[in-house]
Design a protein around this ligand. Structure first.
Ligand SMILES: C[S@@+](CC[C@H](N)C(=O)[O-])C[C@H]1O[C@@H](n2cnc3c(N)ncnc32)[C@H](O)[C@@H]1O
Length: 377
């Protein structure tokens, strides 16, 4: 397996742009800090697990540069998983691709792992789930190296790690990045458990794992979109909740219109798990699919799409992800089909909606959010 250059990594199929990168200084610091531990795992396949690798920098450096084999990897977004697979094939062919396996955040990911290298997630609830998973399922001798950019790190992250590990420290910062090091998993730490909460406003039980948008709460943008439910293409037969999170939009649609076939989809593993649990908790027949921007949906196959788009690509605020989802909706809507979307009022998405879908009309607006409906020509 040849060595590779970090610069050769691509983000595709995630949004690519001049100011968005496939790896950063925190990846390189993490690999340097964890190198002695990773080297001890050479020749012992299955000792290393990777969590939250953005586009494969960590996994592929460990495989190609250090020669590690049997690496187990969990990435929440499907686009990251697909980018890792594409980067592995492009940079080292089947030989490199065969050195790691992608898995859910599970016992299978972590059993027997003695070194875990990870990027710190933005959400503390997600970090708590990941820390619990490692403490509950990895080898008791496990050492966790968790890296981040200083601007995204808070001392609350050390506190969350300290709930699951007896020892938590930090390395010296380099190039605006730092690595937290955790070891001595606390005995009796429970593996991550989704939260269930009844929302009286919606009359729905909402289920959420740590990594999902808004937890069990109803987002205020989502609330504004839900107020329009009755006007959303009343003759629709098929509807898609794109970027479903916990599945509140899909669940509300399915309950209000029992004859509508509703599919909820998200690229986040945490979201798909949460939405599946939400549907079961409310006895609703909604199919939940992990997919990146409707890539597996046929063109013209939906009459109605509802979308509260993210405005972050990873930790960067970027419009590219919303535009990618508008284009996806435009492809999957049947002629006459409608995309109903809500977004921050300061974002001027009308032109992008007209381009990606078709004629677009503002339906509601307050100081913070705007709701628009776009009709596929
Ligand atoms: C603002 S949240 C909305 C969640 C939920 N619909 C709600 O209203 O509470 C946006 C969701 O889009 C998902 N998402 C981001 N990129 C995506 C992609 N490329 N394909 C599918 N879903 C995506 C995120 O994982 C997140 O769950």
């Amino acid at each position: 397996v040849p060595e590779f250059s970090f610069d050769a990594l691509r983000r595709h199929p995630d949004v690519e742009a001049e100011n968005l990168f496939a790896s950063d200084a925190a990846d390189r610091l993490l690999l340097d800090e964890a190198a002695p531990a990773l080297e001890c795992a050479i020749g012992h396949p299955g000792r290393v697990a990777v969590i939250g690798d953005d586009y494969g920098a960590l996994t592929l450096a460990a495989a190609a540069v250090l020669g590690l084999d049997g690496i187990r990897v969990h990435q929440d977004p499907l686009s990251g998983e697909r980018a890792l697979a594409a980067n592995a094939l492009a940079l080292g062919g089947e030989a490199l691709a065969g050195r790691y396996r992608s898995l859910p955040l599970s016992q299978e990911l972590l059993a027997g792992a003695t070194v875990v290298i990870m990027r710190l997630p933005r959400s503390l609830a997600q970090l708590d789930d990941q820390a619990r998973a490692v403490a509950a399922w990895a080898d008791p001798s496990v050492v966790v190296y968790a890296a981040g950019r200083l601007k995204h790190m808070t001392t609350a992250m050390n506190e969350v790690l300290a709930r699951s590990f007896g020892t938590v420290g930090a390395t010296r910062a380099r190039q605006k990045s730092r690595v937290l090091v955790a070891s001595s998993p606390k005995p009796g730490v429970e593996p991550p458990t989704p939260i269930r909460e009844f929302n009286p406003e919606l009359g729905l039980t909402v289920c959420a794992t740590g990594g999902v948008f808004a937890g069990t709460r109803l987002d205020i943008g989502t609330r504004l979109l839900l107020a329009q439910l009755d006007d959303m293409k009343p003759d629709a037969r098929t509807a898609v909740d794109l970027g479903c999170g916990t599945g509140l939009l899909a669940a509300s649609l399915a309950r209000a219109r029992p004859s509508l076939e509703v599919i909820a989809t998200d690229q986040s593993a945490a979201a798909v798990e949460s939405a599946g649990l939400t549907m079961r908790a409310n006895a609703l027949e909604v199919q939940v699919v992990r997919d990146d921007a409707l890539s597996g949906f046929d063109a013209g196959s939906a009459d109605l799409i509802v979308l509260n788009p993210p405005f972050h690509v990873g930790s960067t605020v970027h419009a590219g992800i919303a535009l990618k989802l508008f284009e996806a909706a435009g492809r999957v809507l049947a002629p006459g089909g409608e995309l109903w979307t809500v977004f921050n009022s300061h974002l001027s998405y009308r032109a992008a909606l007209q381009r990606g879908v078709g004629p677009s009309r503002q339906v509601d607006r307050n100081a913070k959010f705007t709701v628009m409906v776009s009709t596929k020509r």
